[in-house]
Design a protein around this ligand. Structure first.
Ligand code: NAD
Ligand code: A1AUG
Length: 542
């Protein structure tokens, strides 16, 4: 059908409350029980068929109860990857020939399935597999993923309707928004089910075929996401999911002549490794692979002397400790004016110490466990280092316990030295470093912190003085891709604050925005001349 069409206008999915007695609370509790009771066989998806990979077995456990195995995956091998790439390339002609409306309809249906019958299944999987509380799962695996799918449809249609604005007489110019030639390799992190669902589907929406390598610790929710997409009508072979550590997948995918792009979210070292490998192979590709990566952060809160103390306190607790500080956007360094610190320190410490932490199926807990033994060991070592250094003072938390789950208490460290590694190293856990400065030194402190960390992902200024807000916004223009005024630096909403950072934090191709989708297209300009010239000579030549 060639008629011009307009998909439903996107609206952000509202968060359900899960208050006691609500229908959603009951439905989520039922799903938690159902998923916990089963042993899940977490298989690869190649050409629409579920298959066990050929590599070693990896157990997927509950981080807050690591003896509880949720399921098992088999590491994907080079042979699995070769099959997946063949399946993707075979599916490509039919998929790119499908109209943009039909591709949009599949994602809109996926969004409706997730908003309705699939919501609590994927929320429960995210809670159990990634140790998110009900609220953190709801904003991620339900609302944000639904938003990604709905808003991307809107932007994809906008891109397709974007056509040249000028035509010389007798000429019609058109833009053909082609997908890339080859396949896109999507590699996703453990911490957001929404990001994991968005990274393969955004290129697919633009007509690309995809190899998707999720994080092993997010595999339960990732497998359910594939099941949902299949129910929504995604044809076999368009997205092929390969579980595991990705090492063998990369051996094949990054060396393949048809690698058209990578869509990555994860740590800075992993992204740099992928980019380096692509650089080394550059002469072997059919096209220049598009490289899109959103990576680490050392996200800040700057509290000006005019800041409202209660706003600072809440932004720090929520920003640093929700989901155990495992958001790339989490506040992990704060610079607080001495006069404000005097008003918040005691409450900040006592409220942090009162945070409840434990099994996320107990809805009274504010925090769960960190993702795995590697993360636990890293946080424990960072805290041990704090105890060894006299310029660092442990104000709250510091306790770690991995006997049942990987628990790290929310930890606040005060440092007299703003050049300590706590202000430039991403720990990716519930550890907040605070530097308290003399009120008169505000501008010097901002100048020092602006590029002390190599990252530029998120940051916040908290102030009531408008001149200070305006000055800081300008002084920190390049220090964060997402900048907040009088708020915490986490919780970006699709369609409202497109998300991504620059410097060591990534390529800033804003997830869930038109600029991201544009990376997955290779436009062809078409010029049609209705009455073409038939004589090579110019008119003045007589
Ligand atoms: N900027 C953002 O939008 C954003 C969002 C979420 C997370 N993050 C960042 O992600 C990190 C945490 O996530 P993580 O621990 O999952 O990151 P990670 O880099 O350890 O892993 C990310 C993904 O890469 C895979 N991987 C690692 N090496 C690979 C290889 N050689 N080939 C193929 N795949 C490979 C992992 O298995 C995983 O799927 C933090 O640094 C955080 O800041 C950034
Ligand atoms: N978009 C999320 C962070 C994603 C990274 O982990 C936020 O804004 O808090």
């Amino acid at each position: 059908m060639d008629a011009i069409s307009f998909p439903p206008a996107p609206v952000n999915e509202p968060n359900l409350t899960y208050a006691p007695g609500t229908a959603e609370r009951k439905a989520l509790e039922d799903e938690l029980t159902r998923l916990e009771r089963r042993q899940h066989n977490l298989r690869a998806y190649i050409n629409g068929r579920k298959r066990s990979g050929g590599g070693r077995e990896i157990n997927v456990v509950q981080p807050h109860d690591h003896q509880h195995v949720l399921g098992t995956l088999k590491n994907s091998t080079t042979k699995d990857t070769e099959q997946a790439v063949r399946a993707a390339l075979a599916a490509a002609p039919a998929w790119r020939a499908m109209s943009i409306d039909d591709r949009c309809a599949i994602l809109l249906k996926a969004a409706e399935l997730l908003a309705g019958p699939w919501r609590q299944r994927i929320n429960a999987a995210t809670m159990l597999g990634q140790s998110k509380t009900a609220f953190q799962a709801e904003i991620d695996s339900a609302c944000e993923l639904i938003d990604f799918w709905r808003f991307n449809v809107h932007y994809a249609k906008q891109i397709h309707t974007d056509q040249p604005i000028a035509n010389s007489p007798g000429i019609w110019n058109r833009t053909d928004h082609r997908p890339l030639e080859g396949f896109v390799y999507a590699i996703t992190p453990f911490n957001f089910t929404a990001i994991a669902g968005n990274l393969p589907t955004a290129p697919a929406l633009m007509g690309n075929v995809v190899i998707w390598k999720p994080s092993p610790t997010q595999q339960l929710a990732a497998s359910l996401t594939m099941d949902l997409l299949e129910e929504a009508g995604l044809p076999p072979g368009v997205i092929n999911m390969l579980p595991g550590d990705g090492l063998d997948v990369s051996k094949v995918a990054l060396a393949h002549p048809d690698l058209a792009g990578i869509h990555f979210t994860g740590s800075t070292p992993t992204f740099q490794h992928l980019w380096r490998t692509i650089g080394e192979n550059i002469s072997s590709y059919r096209s220049y692979p598009r490289i899109v990566g959103e990576t680490g952060g050392k996200d800040f809160v700057v509290a000006h002397p005019s800041a409202d103390p209660a706003v600072v306190r809440t932004a720090l607790i929520r920003g640093a400790f929700e989901f155990q500080g495992q958001k790339c956007s989490a506040a992990s360094r704060a610079y607080v004016a001495k006069s404000v610190w005097a008003k918040i320190k005691d409450d900040l410490v006592s409220q942090t110490e009162s945070i409840t932490m434990g099994d996320v199926t107990d809805f009274s807990n504010f925090m769960g466990a960190v993702i795995d033994d590697r993360a636990f060991a890293k946080h424990k070592a960072a805290i041990a280092r704090v105890r060894r250094n006299s310029h660092l003072t442990l104000l709250a938390g510091g306790q770690t316990d991995d006997s049942v789950g990987y628990f790290v208490r929310p930890t606040i460290v005060q440092s007299s030295d703003p050049t300590d590694q706590m202000f430039n190293t991403e720990y990716f856990g519930p550890i907040l470093a605070v530097h308290v400065y003399d009120d008169s030194r505000y501008e010097r402190v901002v100048a020092q912190m602006e590029s002390f960390a190599p990252y530029a992902l998120t940051g916040a200024v908290i102030a009531q003085d408008r001149t200070a807000i305006a000055w800081t916004q300008e002084a920190l223009r390049f220090a964060a891709g997402n900048f907040y005024i009088n708020d915490k630096p986490t919780g970006a909403v699709v369609g409202q604050q497109p998300f991504g950072g620059a410097r060591a934090s990534g390529t800033n191709d804003k997830a869930g925005a038109a600029v991201n989708l544009l990376r997955w297209t290779s436009p062809r300009s078409i010029k049609e001349t209705f009455v073409p010239p038939t004589d090579y000579r110019y008119p003045y030549m007589g």
